[in-house]
Write a protein that binds this ligand. Sequence first.
Ligand SMILES: Cc1cc2nc3c(=O)[nH]c(=O)nc-3n(C[C@H](O)[C@H](O)[C@H](O)COP(=O)(O)OP(=O)(O)OC[C@H]3O[C@@H](n4cnc5c(N)ncnc54)[C@H](O)[C@@H]3O)c2cc1C
Length: 456
Amino acid sequence: MSDFDYDLIVIGAGSGGVRAARVAASHGAKVAVAEEFRVGGTCVIRGCVPKKLYVMASRFADDFEDARGFGWQVGETRFDWATLVAAKEKEITRLSGLYEQTLGNAKVELIRARATIAGPNAVHFSDGRTARARYILVATGGAPVLAPHVPGLEWGLSSNEIFDLPTFPQRLLIVGAGYIAVEFASIFTRLGSQVALAYRADLPLRGFDDDLRSRVAEALTGAGVIHHPGALPTRIDKSAGGYRATMSDGETREVDALLIATGRRPLTQSLGLERAGVATRENGAIIVDAQSRTNVPSIYAVGDVTDRINLTPVAIREGHAFADSVFGNAPTTVNYDCVASAVFTTPELGTVGLTEADAMKDFPALDIYETSFRPMRATLSGRAERVYMKLVVDGASQRVLGAHIFGPEAGEMAQLVAIPMRMGATKQDFDATMAVHPTAAEELVTMRSPARRHRR
Ligand SMILES: Cc1cc2nc3c(=O)[nH]c(=O)nc-3n(C[C@H](O)[C@H](O)[C@H](O)COP(=O)(O)OP(=O)(O)OC[C@H]3O[C@@H](n4cnc5c(N)ncnc54)[C@H](O)[C@@H]3O)c2cc1C
């Protein structure tokens, strides 16, 4: 210890870094964590948490409409953006405080500074200090990438800024087709914006099951979102009332704001990785092994900066596994099978395991079960909405390889269905499970015959 100021310096107090720091300290390590912005990281400050709060805010629009079918007389409603932004700010400040408290309770030193790597065991802080550590953990996360590089792109906002827009955008153009783009389209259209969504492909959400992708696109259209599939802005100009986006499909859109949600990249620029010789991929992602160790034995990396599965629970699990392995004498690797995820459009999407298209590449025999039905609430509300569920089943072993759900609470369902799937449950195990009635989830255990079979 004498050669080192700390056993561990963590760079980045986000999902992965905070967990790693706390657990390492609980194993007796002397730990410091450096944070250049706000403790809690992307998820707490400008990702999952504020996003989900805004999703909740947006869903009241549907609730007010639906309530009428159940006998409620709903008076005039009015949405106030400033109230939502302030309430969100209060909540994320509270959460950030809790994270700080957790670090303090664990005796982790919080260094409020930007940190850069000065060598295999040395970290330099923007307050001028340099410290030596036996181990360094890079947990710097990711940053938005704004594309395409067209004139006027600098007028575009990233997801970092959209949460705190000073004025509510009555007209919003969103560029991108990933989960962040569609979630914000769903949020802002319900809060009252006129939203247009421009993306390169035919459908948004590349990588998700095609049957969910088409349903999300339809639901966005139903909620008032104008799609520009296969079209991107070719230039953006400032106009009298806001901005004018000229699109590659020949249209122009006058908007108050543009959200550019065209992806994220690992945050490794100017981090000093080269000073220690840490290897990265072309996109900047730090290359790590199953233990999250880089090519430099004293430097590890977890979370989005490694670009494995860029989700909060994964970053947390990686941070925990690192701390247990290095300081807890309990070598641990993260299992990436059956990582469930959700896309919080309205209705939302929940998914676990292989898509039908991916399973077709790997499995010679597949049974595809699907169901589509009107949710109970829609019977009285009159809302034109259908739930869709698909199970992708290995024809040989009958193991459930994929579950894809589109409908209310699909994220909650995906979390639960991930457990039997990880345990290797077969379709017969699903069938043998008694239903909970009346729920939408009961359909997961009552799909009797395949909608189609693939054999090769
Ligand atoms: C809009 C949005 C919505 C999302 N929604 C979800 C969701 O619903 N569910 C989900 O699971 N995931 C979601 N994510 C992804 C999730 O936020 C990330 O996967 C997660 O935060 C990654 O954790 P991390 O520890 O790798 O990095 P981060 O949480 O990004 O933390 C990195 C931290 O490092 C700090 N930092 C960076 N460089 C330095 C430096 N040189 N010195 C000091 N500090 C530094 C940053 O300020 C930051 O606080 C969302 C992301 C976004 C952007």
